[in-house]
Design a protein around this ligand. Sequence first.
Ligand SMILES: [Fe+2]
Length: 266
Amino acid sequence: MDCIHQRAYDALMECDVDLKVAKVKQLAQDWSADLISVECEPFEPISVVDPGRPTLPELVLPKNLPKRRLGSKEGQAALMHSIAHIEFNAINLALDALYRFQGLPKEYYGDWLRVCTEEAYHFQMVREHLATLGYEYGDFPAHNGLWEMTFKTSHDPLVRMALVPRTLEARGLDVSPPMMKKLRAVGDHRGVEILKILLHDEIGHVWVGNRWFHYLCEQRGVRYFDVFQELVDEYLTGQLKGPFNYEARRQAGFTEEELEWLKNWE
Ligand SMILES: [Fe+2]
């Protein structure tokens, strides 16, 4: 039997976009056919500064990303490209969650493999739409924020769950509805349709983050709400960004106590 960590690592380090997607699909199939083990020989996680990705897009600092108006076709494509880049990174971060954190319950790996498969599907869908606009993934520069936080939280699954799915990915829930509004305004109906699917699925992904964050807090006998506030202080200088999509966050498993607390940043 193949080991989940080895197979996820192999897909994580794959630089070719199509091969990476194919490896994710094959892993999901093998998992369903019960060909993948979660009880593997000890496997030493390494620090992945740079996961497998194509040479393009060029990675730049967020402040160096050119501002484009959504009114032009190029602007519309640039927005789709930024979404494609998030989805591509999301494949890698799900693979990293599968590879790096070992000895967790089997359901953890089932959950993250489902997330990974959906991210690959999202990436392909956004990429196809981008192609209809005359562009492909790699044509615009992009920033590396999502992976940087993934890297910074490599030492502890609790910290990872708190800051990647529950913070950065949850931010996607907040910004989706205004983005849909903009796309509707420029007549990009397929773009709106895609964002609806993404929002629906991302609620499930944040839910997975919440599930395992709560699990790990319980196991360590710490209170999730206190831990989360400490982590926001430590990693995000105590700042979150609003406004928030409370309904989507509620569905994704944020508690009423947390939703109330978020109002501090409205
Ligand atoms: Fe996604």
